[in-house]
Design a protein around this ligand. Sequence first.
Ligand SMILES: [Zn+2]
Length: 119
Amino acid sequence: MDQNFIKEMETKLKEQQKNLRNDLAGFAEKNVHKKDDYNTKFPNYGSKDEENAVEVADFQDNLSLESDLEKNLAKVDKALERIKQGAYGKCERCGKKIDPERLQAFPAATTCLNCKNLT
Ligand SMILES: [Zn+2]
């Protein structure tokens, strides 16, 4: 695969990694023992009943947001890892080249469209 293209994707991926980490750090505590693992903090708005109710609702929302963001972050981390290994742009299931257009749209893709549709 073209080195310039890989460089470009690497830049995009690092940008995404940074943004995802920033988003997560906004409401979650970083796990110091595990890379890119975060734990949603329980919010504290006050001690009134309605404040407690909002805390619980926001906590639930943040938990599902945390899991979405962590999944994306894990994909980005994996793609960056594959760049290091020189395996970037190859489908991890069938080993064929991933369409560069797919990578442009979704730099963290590690499978080709065919394989993605199989899962
Ligand atoms: Zn494939």
